[in-house]
Write a protein that binds this ligand. Structure first.
Ligand SMILES: [Zn+2]
Length: 221
């Protein structure tokens, strides 16, 4: 087990600190959220990785972000079969009911899911006995693209490219959702692909004009 894994009492103490230092100090803010309901303007889709908590990395408050987290921050394509699609249900709710104005796909470096895909691409298929690899099959096209672009790259380098290509694939998959496509077309919804380089502490955003991930919010080096 990692040395910094929190025992339960760390969570309970954390809640006590939240109550005393934030909730009690901003009671009116929280009561307004209770009274009026949530009204987030951003749907934020991040990896389940414990190191990339959106509220901490981006300094948000309760009510700011409607958040989906899953292994490797993947958006599946829109489907109307009989499956019960948790990620897709959250996207539909955020767009149709909450009417968010932005959807951010936030990938990150050192992603364990993408690393597993790059190390064992043959395992990532819909019939895999592993639920993780079945899920990662959604990112297999991104892996194939990264591998084609960098045929000789070692796995670390390949994973960095695959992490970014997977963000772009998820942006494409978002547009297969009719409610997303319609609102983007109407100019009421913007889609963003972000990449958090955990080792360097840097954030990049995909720029459709340059076709590259460009620095966002950098302070002086
Ligand atoms: Zn990850």
């Amino acid at each position: 087990m990692c040395e910094n894994s929190p025992p339960i009492d760390k969570l309970v103490n954390g809640f006590r600190r939240f109550h005393d230092e934030r909730f009690a100090q901003r009671d009116a803010y929280f009561q307004a959220l209770v009274r009026e309901g949530q009204c987030p303007r951003v749907l934020f889709l991040a990896c389940s990785d414990s190191r990339v908590d959106p509220a901490i990395v981006f300094g948000t408050d309760p009510g700011d972000l409607f958040i989906i987290r899953n292994v490797a921050n993947i958006v599946p394509p829109y489907e109307t079969n009989t499956g019960q699609h948790g990620v897709s249900a959250a996207i539909e709710y955020a767009v149709d009911v909450l009417e968010v104005e932005h959807i951010i796909i936030n990938g990150h470096s050192q992603c364990g899911g993408i690393r597993a895909l790059c190390e064992n691409p043959g395992e990532a298929h819909i019939d895999s006995p592993s639920l993780v690899y079945r899920w990662l099959a959604l990112a297999r096209p991104a892996y194939d693209r990264a591998r084609a672009d960098y045929p000789q790259a070692p796995v670390d380098e390949l994973a960095r490219e695959c992490e970014k290509d997977s963000i772009l694939a998820s942006l494409d998959n978002l547009m297969t959702f009719p409610m997303v496509e319609r609102r983007v077309r109407e100019g009421r919804l913007q889609l963003h692909g972000w990449y958090f380089d955990m080792a360097a502490g840097k954030l990049h955003g995909y720029d459709r004009n340059t076709g590259r991930f460009e620095p966002l919010g950098q302070t002086a080096p």
